[in-house]
Design a protein around this ligand. Structure first.
Ligand SMILES: *[C@@H]1O[C@H](CO)[C@@H](O)[C@H](O)[C@H]1NC(C)=O
Ligand SMILES: *[C@@H]1O[C@H](CO)[C@@H](O)[C@H](O)[C@H]1NC(C)=O
Ligand SMILES: *[C@@H]1O[C@H](CO)[C@@H](O)[C@H](O)[C@H]1NC(C)=O
Ligand SMILES: *[C@@H]1O[C@H](CO)[C@@H](O)[C@H](O)[C@H]1NC(C)=O
Ligand SMILES: *[C@@H]1O[C@H](CO)[C@@H](O)[C@H](O)[C@H]1NC(C)=O
Ligand SMILES: *[C@@H]1O[C@H](CO)[C@@H](O)[C@H](O)[C@H]1NC(C)=O
Length: 469
Protein backbone atom coordinates (compact mmCIF):
# COMPACT_ATOMS: atom_id res chain seq x y z
CA UNK A 1 0.00 0.00 0.00
CA UNK A 2 2.63 2.46 1.14
CA UNK A 3 4.84 1.22 -1.60
CA UNK A 4 2.31 1.85 -4.36
CA UNK A 5 1.53 5.31 -3.02
CA UNK A 6 5.16 6.19 -3.31
CA UNK A 7 5.25 4.85 -6.79
CA UNK A 8 2.24 6.95 -7.58
CA UNK A 9 3.90 10.08 -6.29
CA UNK A 10 7.12 9.52 -8.14
CA UNK A 11 5.14 8.88 -11.29
CA UNK A 12 3.05 11.97 -10.82
CA UNK A 13 5.42 14.74 -9.89
CA UNK A 14 7.39 14.89 -13.10
CA UNK A 15 4.27 14.84 -15.23
CA UNK A 16 2.59 17.60 -13.28
CA UNK A 17 5.80 19.52 -13.44
CA UNK A 18 6.03 19.12 -17.18
CA UNK A 19 2.43 20.09 -17.73
CA UNK A 20 2.03 22.99 -15.36
CA UNK A 21 5.38 24.35 -14.33
CA UNK A 22 5.46 27.91 -15.63
CA UNK A 23 9.23 27.74 -15.96
CA UNK A 24 9.10 25.13 -18.71
CA UNK A 25 5.83 24.47 -20.46
CA UNK A 26 4.37 27.95 -20.37
CA UNK A 27 7.46 29.70 -21.66
CA UNK A 28 8.01 26.99 -24.23
CA UNK A 29 4.46 27.40 -25.48
CA UNK A 30 4.61 31.16 -25.92
CA UNK A 31 4.67 31.77 -29.68
CA UNK A 32 7.39 33.76 -31.29
CA UNK A 33 7.62 35.68 -34.53
CA UNK A 34 9.72 35.36 -37.65
CA UNK A 35 11.60 38.58 -38.28
CA UNK A 36 12.19 38.50 -42.04
CA UNK A 37 14.13 41.40 -43.48
CA UNK A 38 13.33 41.27 -47.20
CA UNK A 39 11.99 44.80 -47.44
CA UNK A 40 13.56 48.13 -48.37
CA UNK A 41 11.24 50.06 -46.08
CA UNK A 42 11.51 48.24 -42.74
CA UNK A 43 12.21 49.83 -39.35
CA UNK A 44 15.76 49.46 -38.03
CA UNK A 45 16.58 46.64 -35.59
CA UNK A 46 16.18 48.65 -32.36
CA UNK A 47 12.72 49.81 -33.33
CA UNK A 48 11.88 46.30 -34.54
CA UNK A 49 12.79 44.81 -31.16
CA UNK A 50 10.45 47.32 -29.48
CA UNK A 51 7.69 46.22 -31.85
CA UNK A 52 8.41 42.54 -31.16
CA UNK A 53 8.04 43.28 -27.44
CA UNK A 54 4.79 45.15 -28.04
CA UNK A 55 3.42 42.06 -29.79
CA UNK A 56 4.35 40.11 -26.61
CA UNK A 57 6.39 37.57 -28.56
CA UNK A 58 8.21 34.98 -26.47
CA UNK A 59 10.88 34.44 -29.08
CA UNK A 60 12.10 35.68 -32.43
CA UNK A 61 13.64 33.90 -35.39
CA UNK A 62 15.88 35.59 -37.93
CA UNK A 63 17.13 34.23 -41.25
CA UNK A 64 20.78 35.09 -40.67
CA UNK A 65 22.87 36.26 -37.75
CA UNK A 66 22.60 40.01 -38.35
CA UNK A 67 24.83 41.55 -35.65
CA UNK A 68 22.71 44.71 -35.35
CA UNK A 69 19.65 42.62 -34.61
CA UNK A 70 21.48 40.35 -32.17
CA UNK A 71 22.81 43.43 -30.37
CA UNK A 72 19.35 45.01 -30.22
CA UNK A 73 18.03 41.79 -28.65
CA UNK A 74 20.61 41.82 -25.85
CA UNK A 75 19.26 42.05 -22.30
CA UNK A 76 15.69 41.28 -23.35
CA UNK A 77 13.94 38.09 -22.29
CA UNK A 78 13.23 37.17 -25.87
CA UNK A 79 14.64 33.81 -26.97
CA UNK A 80 16.42 33.99 -30.29
CA UNK A 81 16.83 31.63 -33.22
CA UNK A 82 19.55 32.38 -35.77
CA UNK A 83 20.36 30.75 -39.09
CA UNK A 84 23.36 29.54 -41.07
CA UNK A 85 22.73 30.62 -44.69
CA UNK A 86 22.02 27.91 -47.27
CA UNK A 87 24.96 29.00 -49.42
CA UNK A 88 27.70 27.93 -47.00
CA UNK A 89 26.33 24.53 -45.99
CA UNK A 90 28.21 22.60 -48.65
CA UNK A 91 31.50 24.27 -47.73
CA UNK A 92 30.84 23.70 -44.03
CA UNK A 93 30.02 20.00 -44.24
CA UNK A 94 33.66 18.84 -44.55
CA UNK A 95 35.31 21.81 -42.81
CA UNK A 96 35.30 22.02 -39.01
CA UNK A 97 37.28 25.25 -38.93
CA UNK A 98 34.65 26.95 -41.07
CA UNK A 99 31.93 25.90 -38.61
CA UNK A 100 34.11 27.03 -35.68
CA UNK A 101 34.69 30.36 -37.34
CA UNK A 102 30.99 30.82 -37.99
CA UNK A 103 30.10 30.14 -34.36
CA UNK A 104 33.00 32.23 -33.08
CA UNK A 105 31.97 35.31 -35.05
CA UNK A 106 28.17 34.97 -35.12
CA UNK A 107 27.30 33.42 -31.74
CA UNK A 108 30.10 33.88 -29.21
CA UNK A 109 30.15 37.72 -29.22
CA UNK A 110 26.42 37.91 -28.43
CA UNK A 111 25.96 35.06 -25.99
CA UNK A 112 24.59 34.98 -23.28
CA UNK A 113 23.39 38.61 -23.25
CA UNK A 114 21.33 37.78 -26.31
CA UNK A 115 19.39 34.62 -25.46
CA UNK A 116 20.35 32.60 -28.52
CA UNK A 117 18.59 29.26 -28.07
CA UNK A 118 18.31 27.78 -31.56
CA UNK A 119 20.79 27.64 -34.36
CA UNK A 120 19.12 26.57 -37.57
CA UNK A 121 21.27 25.29 -40.39
CA UNK A 122 19.77 26.41 -43.70
CA UNK A 123 16.18 27.15 -44.63
CA UNK A 124 13.92 24.58 -46.35
CA UNK A 125 16.96 22.87 -47.84
CA UNK A 126 15.01 19.89 -49.17
CA UNK A 127 12.79 22.26 -51.18
CA UNK A 128 15.78 23.70 -53.05
CA UNK A 129 16.61 22.36 -56.51
CA UNK A 130 20.32 22.10 -55.63
CA UNK A 131 20.42 18.55 -54.32
CA UNK A 132 24.13 18.64 -53.49
CA UNK A 133 23.26 20.72 -50.43
CA UNK A 134 20.68 18.12 -49.33
CA UNK A 135 23.37 15.59 -48.63
CA UNK A 136 25.65 18.08 -46.92
CA UNK A 137 22.93 19.29 -44.56
CA UNK A 138 23.32 16.83 -41.68
CA UNK A 139 27.14 16.78 -41.89
CA UNK A 140 27.10 20.59 -41.58
CA UNK A 141 24.71 20.36 -38.60
CA UNK A 142 27.12 17.96 -36.90
CA UNK A 143 29.98 20.44 -37.50
CA UNK A 144 27.99 23.29 -36.00
CA UNK A 145 27.01 21.20 -33.01
CA UNK A 146 30.64 20.26 -32.44
CA UNK A 147 31.61 23.95 -32.50
CA UNK A 148 28.90 24.79 -29.98
CA UNK A 149 30.16 22.06 -27.67
CA UNK A 150 33.70 23.37 -28.09
CA UNK A 151 32.61 26.89 -27.11
CA UNK A 152 30.53 25.47 -24.23
CA UNK A 153 27.27 26.59 -25.82
CA UNK A 154 25.49 23.25 -25.60
CA UNK A 155 22.29 24.93 -24.46
CA UNK A 156 21.78 26.10 -28.05
CA UNK A 157 19.80 23.50 -29.98
CA UNK A 158 20.78 22.79 -33.58
CA UNK A 159 18.05 22.14 -36.13
CA UNK A 160 16.97 22.77 -39.71
CA UNK A 161 13.52 23.92 -40.80
CA UNK A 162 11.94 21.88 -43.58
CA UNK A 163 8.75 22.50 -45.55
CA UNK A 164 5.84 20.06 -45.78
CA UNK A 165 7.20 18.86 -49.12
CA UNK A 166 9.57 16.67 -47.09
CA UNK A 167 6.57 14.32 -47.03
CA UNK A 168 5.39 12.31 -50.00
CA UNK A 169 2.21 11.20 -48.23
CA UNK A 170 0.25 13.13 -45.62
CA UNK A 171 -3.37 12.12 -46.08
CA UNK A 172 -4.85 10.46 -44.16
CA UNK A 173 -2.41 11.59 -41.46
CA UNK A 174 -1.65 7.98 -40.48
CA UNK A 175 -0.14 7.46 -43.96
CA UNK A 176 2.48 10.18 -43.28
CA UNK A 177 5.73 9.24 -45.00
CA UNK A 178 8.93 11.06 -45.88
CA UNK A 179 9.98 11.44 -49.54
CA UNK A 180 11.56 8.14 -50.49
CA UNK A 181 14.36 9.90 -52.44
CA UNK A 182 15.74 11.38 -49.21
CA UNK A 183 14.34 9.26 -46.40
CA UNK A 184 17.37 6.99 -46.05
CA UNK A 185 20.09 9.42 -47.12
CA UNK A 186 18.99 12.64 -45.37
CA UNK A 187 15.97 12.21 -43.11
CA UNK A 188 17.17 9.23 -41.08
CA UNK A 189 20.56 10.79 -40.25
CA UNK A 190 18.69 14.01 -39.45
CA UNK A 191 16.27 12.26 -37.07
CA UNK A 192 19.15 10.41 -35.47
CA UNK A 193 20.97 13.72 -34.92
CA UNK A 194 17.85 15.37 -33.47
CA UNK A 195 17.27 12.39 -31.18
CA UNK A 196 20.87 12.27 -29.96
CA UNK A 197 21.08 16.02 -29.27
CA UNK A 198 17.53 16.28 -27.85
CA UNK A 199 16.68 18.93 -30.42
CA UNK A 200 13.47 19.40 -32.42
CA UNK A 201 12.14 18.63 -35.88
CA UNK A 202 11.56 22.17 -37.17
CA UNK A 203 8.75 22.46 -39.70
CA UNK A 204 7.23 25.26 -41.78
CA UNK A 205 3.54 24.42 -41.93
CA UNK A 206 0.84 26.43 -43.66
CA UNK A 207 -2.77 25.29 -43.80
CA UNK A 208 -3.22 28.12 -46.30
CA UNK A 209 -1.11 26.39 -48.96
CA UNK A 210 -2.85 23.06 -48.33
CA UNK A 211 -6.29 24.66 -48.62
CA UNK A 212 -5.67 26.78 -51.76
CA UNK A 213 -5.58 23.94 -54.31
CA UNK A 214 -8.75 22.36 -52.92
CA UNK A 215 -11.04 25.00 -51.41
CA UNK A 216 -14.13 23.01 -52.34
CA UNK A 217 -13.38 19.85 -50.38
CA UNK A 218 -11.46 21.50 -47.54
CA UNK A 219 -13.64 23.89 -45.58
CA UNK A 220 -12.05 27.31 -45.15
CA UNK A 221 -13.03 27.34 -41.47
CA UNK A 222 -11.29 23.98 -41.00
CA UNK A 223 -8.10 25.52 -42.38
CA UNK A 224 -8.59 28.64 -40.21
CA UNK A 225 -8.89 26.53 -37.03
CA UNK A 226 -12.36 27.86 -36.34
CA UNK A 227 -13.96 25.84 -33.54
CA UNK A 228 -16.69 23.25 -34.11
CA UNK A 229 -16.97 23.53 -37.88
CA UNK A 230 -16.21 20.08 -39.17
CA UNK A 231 -14.22 17.03 -38.26
CA UNK A 232 -12.23 14.44 -40.13
CA UNK A 233 -11.66 10.96 -38.75
CA UNK A 234 -8.63 9.03 -39.92
CA UNK A 235 -10.05 5.68 -41.10
CA UNK A 236 -6.94 3.77 -40.00
CA UNK A 237 -6.42 5.13 -36.49
CA UNK A 238 -9.89 6.43 -35.67
CA UNK A 239 -8.27 9.69 -34.51
CA UNK A 240 -10.61 12.63 -34.98
CA UNK A 241 -9.35 15.98 -36.29
CA UNK A 242 -11.08 19.30 -35.79
CA UNK A 243 -8.70 21.41 -37.86
CA UNK A 244 -6.27 21.11 -40.76
CA UNK A 245 -3.18 22.15 -38.81
CA UNK A 246 -3.34 19.26 -36.35
CA UNK A 247 -3.98 16.92 -39.28
CA UNK A 248 -0.78 18.12 -40.98
CA UNK A 249 1.26 17.93 -37.78
CA UNK A 250 0.12 14.38 -37.10
CA UNK A 251 1.15 13.41 -40.64
CA UNK A 252 4.66 14.47 -39.60
CA UNK A 253 4.53 12.55 -36.34
CA UNK A 254 3.40 9.48 -38.28
CA UNK A 255 6.21 9.93 -40.80
CA UNK A 256 8.77 10.14 -37.98
CA UNK A 257 7.24 7.06 -36.40
CA UNK A 258 7.46 5.28 -39.75
CA UNK A 259 11.13 6.24 -39.93
CA UNK A 260 11.75 4.75 -36.49
CA UNK A 261 11.68 7.91 -34.35
CA UNK A 262 8.25 8.15 -32.71
CA UNK A 263 9.31 10.44 -29.86
CA UNK A 264 10.92 13.42 -31.55
CA UNK A 265 9.41 16.79 -30.68
CA UNK A 266 8.04 19.15 -33.33
CA UNK A 267 8.83 22.84 -33.43
CA UNK A 268 6.75 25.00 -35.76
CA UNK A 269 9.37 27.16 -37.41
CA UNK A 270 6.81 29.04 -39.50
CA UNK A 271 3.06 29.21 -39.72
CA UNK A 272 0.72 32.00 -40.75
CA UNK A 273 -1.84 33.24 -43.25
CA UNK A 274 -1.47 36.00 -45.86
CA UNK A 275 -3.33 39.27 -45.28
CA UNK A 276 -3.36 40.09 -48.98
CA UNK A 277 -2.27 38.85 -52.40
CA UNK A 278 -2.99 38.96 -56.11
CA UNK A 279 -6.48 39.01 -57.59
CA UNK A 280 -6.13 35.42 -58.75
CA UNK A 281 -5.24 34.24 -55.23
CA UNK A 282 -8.07 33.01 -53.07
CA UNK A 283 -8.57 33.62 -49.35
CA UNK A 284 -5.66 35.98 -48.78
CA UNK A 285 -7.14 38.79 -46.71
CA UNK A 286 -6.85 40.59 -43.39
CA UNK A 287 -9.91 38.89 -41.94
CA UNK A 288 -8.63 35.35 -42.50
CA UNK A 289 -5.10 36.25 -41.42
CA UNK A 290 -6.34 37.68 -38.12
CA UNK A 291 -8.65 34.73 -37.45
CA UNK A 292 -5.99 32.14 -38.29
CA UNK A 293 -3.21 33.68 -36.24
CA UNK A 294 -5.46 34.39 -33.26
CA UNK A 295 -6.78 30.82 -33.30
CA UNK A 296 -3.29 29.37 -33.64
CA UNK A 297 -1.97 31.44 -30.75
CA UNK A 298 -4.94 30.40 -28.60
CA UNK A 299 -4.29 26.72 -29.39
CA UNK A 300 -0.57 26.92 -28.75
CA UNK A 301 -0.99 28.66 -25.39
CA UNK A 302 -3.76 26.46 -23.97
CA UNK A 303 -3.15 25.06 -20.50
CA UNK A 304 -2.62 22.21 -20.17
CA UNK A 305 -1.10 22.06 -23.65
CA UNK A 306 -3.48 20.68 -26.23
CA UNK A 307 -1.03 18.91 -28.51
CA UNK A 308 -2.54 16.95 -31.41
CA UNK A 309 -4.86 13.91 -31.53
CA UNK A 310 -1.83 11.60 -31.83
CA UNK A 311 0.25 13.49 -29.25
CA UNK A 312 -2.15 15.11 -26.80
CA UNK A 313 -0.70 17.37 -24.08
CA UNK A 314 2.55 17.87 -25.96
CA UNK A 315 3.82 21.46 -26.07
CA UNK A 316 4.11 22.83 -29.61
CA UNK A 317 6.60 25.68 -29.63
CA UNK A 318 6.13 27.98 -32.60
CA UNK A 319 7.00 31.04 -34.63
CA UNK A 320 4.33 32.98 -36.52
CA UNK A 321 5.32 34.18 -39.98
CA UNK A 322 6.00 37.10 -40.11
CA UNK A 323 6.73 40.34 -38.33
CA UNK A 324 6.36 42.60 -41.40
CA UNK A 325 4.91 42.62 -44.88
CA UNK A 326 8.13 42.31 -46.91
CA UNK A 327 8.02 44.15 -50.23
CA UNK A 328 11.15 42.55 -51.70
CA UNK A 329 10.00 38.94 -51.51
CA UNK A 330 9.57 37.49 -54.99
CA UNK A 331 6.78 35.28 -56.30
CA UNK A 332 3.02 35.60 -55.89
CA UNK A 333 1.51 38.58 -54.07
CA UNK A 334 0.81 36.54 -50.93
CA UNK A 335 4.56 36.23 -50.36
CA UNK A 336 4.71 39.96 -49.64
CA UNK A 337 1.67 39.92 -47.34
CA UNK A 338 2.32 37.67 -44.37
CA UNK A 339 3.08 40.42 -41.87
CA UNK A 340 1.49 41.14 -38.52
CA UNK A 341 2.69 44.71 -39.07
CA UNK A 342 2.93 47.14 -41.96
CA UNK A 343 6.48 48.32 -42.67
CA UNK A 344 5.67 51.56 -40.82
CA UNK A 345 5.22 49.51 -37.64
CA UNK A 346 1.44 49.74 -37.29
CA UNK A 347 -0.61 46.61 -36.71
CA UNK A 348 -2.47 45.22 -39.70
CA UNK A 349 -4.93 43.73 -37.21
CA UNK A 350 -5.00 43.38 -33.42
CA UNK A 351 -2.92 40.46 -32.22
CA UNK A 352 -1.40 39.33 -28.91
CA UNK A 353 1.24 36.62 -29.17
CA UNK A 354 1.10 35.89 -25.43
CA UNK A 355 -2.36 34.39 -25.93
CA UNK A 356 -3.62 36.34 -22.93
CA UNK A 357 -6.14 38.38 -24.88
CA UNK A 358 -9.38 36.42 -25.29
CA UNK A 359 -10.76 36.37 -28.83
CA UNK A 360 -13.77 38.40 -27.66
CA UNK A 361 -11.45 41.15 -26.45
CA UNK A 362 -10.28 42.06 -29.96
CA UNK A 363 -12.61 44.98 -30.51
CA UNK A 364 -11.71 46.58 -33.82
CA UNK A 365 -13.92 45.20 -36.57
CA UNK A 366 -12.07 43.30 -39.30
CA UNK A 367 -12.66 44.14 -42.98
CA UNK A 368 -15.22 41.77 -44.51
CA UNK A 369 -13.41 39.31 -46.81
CA UNK A 370 -14.28 39.57 -50.49
CA UNK A 371 -12.02 36.89 -51.97
CA UNK A 372 -12.93 33.70 -50.11
CA UNK A 373 -14.32 32.30 -53.37
CA UNK A 374 -12.17 31.88 -56.48
CA UNK A 375 -12.16 35.05 -58.61
CA UNK A 376 -14.27 34.70 -61.74
CA UNK A 377 -13.69 37.04 -64.64
CA UNK A 378 -10.91 38.69 -66.60
CA UNK A 379 -7.61 39.96 -65.20
CA UNK A 380 -4.95 42.12 -66.83
CA UNK A 381 -1.35 42.65 -65.89
CA UNK A 382 -0.18 46.27 -65.90
CA UNK A 383 2.84 48.34 -64.88
CA UNK A 384 2.83 49.06 -61.15
CA UNK A 385 2.46 52.66 -60.03
CA UNK A 386 5.79 54.36 -59.42
CA UNK A 387 7.82 51.64 -61.14
CA UNK A 388 11.48 52.51 -61.80
CA UNK A 389 11.61 53.59 -65.45
CA UNK A 390 15.00 52.07 -66.29
CA UNK A 391 13.92 48.73 -64.91
CA UNK A 392 10.50 49.06 -66.59
CA UNK A 393 12.13 49.58 -69.99
CA UNK A 394 14.16 46.42 -69.40
CA UNK A 395 11.08 44.41 -68.45
CA UNK A 396 9.20 45.75 -71.49
CA UNK A 397 11.88 44.54 -73.84
CA UNK A 398 12.07 41.18 -72.04
CA UNK A 399 8.28 40.65 -72.30
CA UNK A 400 8.25 41.64 -75.99
CA UNK A 401 10.97 39.07 -76.66
CA UNK A 402 8.76 36.22 -75.42
CA UNK A 403 6.00 34.39 -77.28
CA UNK A 404 4.37 35.19 -80.60
CA UNK A 405 3.61 38.74 -81.72
CA UNK A 406 3.50 39.75 -78.08
CA UNK A 407 4.10 43.41 -78.76
CA UNK A 408 2.94 43.95 -82.39
CA UNK A 409 0.08 46.34 -81.47
CA UNK A 410 2.43 48.71 -79.61
CA UNK A 411 4.74 49.17 -82.61
CA UNK A 412 4.50 52.55 -84.37
CA UNK A 413 1.20 52.58 -86.32
CA UNK A 414 -0.22 49.70 -84.22
CA UNK A 415 -3.61 49.95 -82.50
CA UNK A 416 -2.03 50.30 -79.07
CA UNK A 417 0.93 52.54 -79.94
CA UNK A 418 -0.78 55.61 -78.56
CA UNK A 419 -0.45 57.06 -75.98
CA UNK A 420 3.26 56.65 -76.69
CA UNK A 421 4.43 56.20 -73.11
CA UNK A 422 6.64 53.67 -71.40
CA UNK A 423 4.00 52.82 -68.78
CA UNK A 424 1.33 52.24 -71.40
CA UNK A 425 3.54 50.10 -73.61
CA UNK A 426 4.84 48.10 -70.64
CA UNK A 427 1.28 47.51 -69.44
CA UNK A 428 0.30 46.17 -72.85
CA UNK A 429 3.40 44.00 -73.03
CA UNK A 430 2.83 42.57 -69.53
CA UNK A 431 -0.82 41.74 -70.28
CA UNK A 432 0.10 40.18 -73.61
CA UNK A 433 2.94 38.17 -72.06
CA UNK A 434 0.84 36.96 -69.15
CA UNK A 435 -2.12 35.99 -71.37
CA UNK A 436 0.22 33.70 -73.34
CA UNK A 437 2.30 32.30 -70.50
CA UNK A 438 0.11 32.06 -67.38
CA UNK A 439 -0.86 28.49 -68.29
CA UNK A 440 2.78 27.43 -68.39
CA UNK A 441 3.64 29.11 -65.10
CA UNK A 442 4.38 32.69 -66.22
CA UNK A 443 3.58 35.27 -63.57
CA UNK A 444 2.47 38.86 -63.44
CA UNK A 445 5.33 40.09 -61.32
CA UNK A 446 8.41 41.30 -63.28
CA UNK A 447 10.38 41.96 -60.11
CA UNK A 448 7.61 44.01 -58.61
CA UNK A 449 7.18 46.20 -61.71
CA UNK A 450 3.83 44.60 -62.64
CA UNK A 451 0.53 44.21 -60.85
CA UNK A 452 -2.79 42.52 -61.58
CA UNK A 453 -5.97 44.48 -62.22
CA UNK A 454 -9.59 43.51 -62.81
CA UNK A 455 -10.22 46.85 -64.50
CA UNK A 456 -9.90 46.59 -68.26
CA UNK A 457 -7.15 48.98 -69.38
CA UNK A 458 -8.17 48.73 -73.07
CA UNK A 459 -8.84 52.06 -74.72
CA UNK A 460 -10.57 52.83 -78.02
CA UNK A 461 -9.60 50.30 -80.66
CA UNK A 462 -6.71 49.03 -78.54
CA UNK A 463 -7.69 45.76 -76.87
CA UNK A 464 -5.45 44.38 -74.13
CA UNK A 465 -5.15 40.56 -73.98
CA UNK A 466 -6.46 39.17 -70.67
CA UNK A 467 -6.40 36.10 -68.52
CA UNK A 468 -9.81 34.58 -67.84
CA UNK A 469 -10.47 32.79 -64.57
C1 LIG B 1 38.10 25.61 -44.27
O1 LIG B 1 37.64 26.85 -43.74
C2 LIG B 1 38.71 27.71 -43.38
C3 LIG B 1 38.10 28.87 -42.61
O2 LIG B 1 37.17 29.59 -43.37
C4 LIG B 1 39.45 28.12 -44.63
O3 LIG B 1 40.51 29.01 -44.31
C5 LIG B 1 40.01 26.87 -45.31
O4 LIG B 1 40.59 27.21 -46.54
C6 LIG B 1 38.91 25.84 -45.53
N1 LIG B 1 39.50 24.59 -45.97
C7 LIG B 1 39.19 24.01 -47.13
C8 LIG B 1 39.85 22.73 -47.42
O5 LIG B 1 38.38 24.51 -47.90
C1 LIG C 1 20.41 15.43 -58.23
O1 LIG C 1 20.10 16.24 -59.34
C2 LIG C 1 20.66 15.80 -60.55
C3 LIG C 1 20.45 16.84 -61.62
O2 LIG C 1 19.15 17.38 -61.56
C4 LIG C 1 20.07 14.43 -60.90
O3 LIG C 1 20.65 13.95 -62.11
C5 LIG C 1 20.36 13.45 -59.76
O4 LIG C 1 19.71 12.22 -60.01
C6 LIG C 1 19.89 14.01 -58.43
N1 LIG C 1 20.32 13.14 -57.37
C7 LIG C 1 19.51 12.70 -56.42
C8 LIG C 1 20.10 11.76 -55.43
O5 LIG C 1 18.32 13.04 -56.33
C1 LIG D 1 -17.54 23.95 -29.34
O1 LIG D 1 -17.90 22.73 -28.71
C2 LIG D 1 -17.50 22.63 -27.35
C3 LIG D 1 -17.81 21.24 -26.83
O2 LIG D 1 -18.54 20.49 -27.74
C4 LIG D 1 -18.20 23.72 -26.54
O3 LIG D 1 -17.81 23.65 -25.20
C5 LIG D 1 -17.84 25.07 -27.12
O4 LIG D 1 -18.54 26.09 -26.47
C6 LIG D 1 -18.15 25.15 -28.61
N1 LIG D 1 -17.59 26.38 -29.14
C7 LIG D 1 -18.25 27.15 -30.00
C8 LIG D 1 -17.55 28.39 -30.44
O5 LIG D 1 -19.34 26.86 -30.43
C1 LIG E 1 1.00 52.57 -42.05
O1 LIG E 1 0.84 51.95 -43.31
C2 LIG E 1 -0.48 51.53 -43.60
C3 LIG E 1 -0.46 50.76 -44.92
O2 LIG E 1 0.22 51.44 -45.90
C4 LIG E 1 -1.40 52.74 -43.63
O3 LIG E 1 -2.72 52.32 -43.90
C5 LIG E 1 -1.35 53.43 -42.27
O4 LIG E 1 -2.12 54.60 -42.29
C6 LIG E 1 0.09 53.79 -41.91
N1 LIG E 1 0.13 54.28 -40.55
C7 LIG E 1 0.87 55.31 -40.17
C8 LIG E 1 0.81 55.71 -38.74
O5 LIG E 1 1.57 55.91 -40.96
C1 LIG F 1 16.29 51.67 -61.34
O1 LIG F 1 16.63 50.44 -61.96
C2 LIG F 1 17.95 50.39 -62.46
C3 LIG F 1 18.11 49.12 -63.28
O2 LIG F 1 17.50 48.03 -62.67
C4 LIG F 1 18.92 50.52 -61.31
O3 LIG F 1 20.24 50.47 -61.76
C5 LIG F 1 18.65 51.82 -60.58
O4 LIG F 1 19.46 51.90 -59.41
C6 LIG F 1 17.20 51.94 -60.16
N1 LIG F 1 16.92 53.26 -59.63
C7 LIG F 1 16.30 53.47 -58.48
C8 LIG F 1 16.06 54.89 -58.11
O5 LIG F 1 15.93 52.56 -57.78
C1 LIG G 1 3.88 30.43 -80.93
O1 LIG G 1 3.50 29.85 -82.16
C2 LIG G 1 3.91 28.52 -82.32
C3 LIG G 1 3.56 28.08 -83.74
O2 LIG G 1 2.30 28.55 -84.11
C4 LIG G 1 3.22 27.65 -81.28
O3 LIG G 1 3.63 26.30 -81.40
C5 LIG G 1 3.58 28.18 -79.88
O4 LIG G 1 2.88 27.45 -78.89
C6 LIG G 1 3.26 29.66 -79.77
N1 LIG G 1 3.76 30.16 -78.50
C7 LIG G 1 2.98 30.77 -77.62
C8 LIG G 1 3.63 31.23 -76.38
O5 LIG G 1 1.80 30.97 -77.81
Amino acid sequence: MVHTQKMGLIWFIPILYLLFSPSSAEIAAKPGVNYGQLGNNLPHPKKSVELIKSLKAGRVKIYDANPKILKALANTNIQVSIMVPNEIITAMAPNQSLADEWVRSNVVPFYPKTMIRYLLVGNEILSQPDNVTWFNLVPAMRRIRKSLVFYKLKKIKVGTPLAMDCLEASFPPSSGKFRSSVSESVIKPLLQFIHRTKSFFFIDVYTYFAWVPDPVNIKLDYALLQPNVSTYTDPVTGLMYTNLLEQMLDALYFAMKDAGYPDIRLFIAETGWPNGGDIDQIGANIYNAAIYNRNVIKRFTEKPPRGTPLKPFVVLPSFIFALYNENQKTGAGTERHFGLLYPNGTNIYEIDLSGKTALSEFKKPLPVPTNNEPFKGKIWCVAARGANTTALAGALSFACGQGNSTCDPIQRGGKCFKPDSLTWHASYAFSSYWAQFKKSGGSCYFNGLATQTAKNPSFGSCKFPSVTL
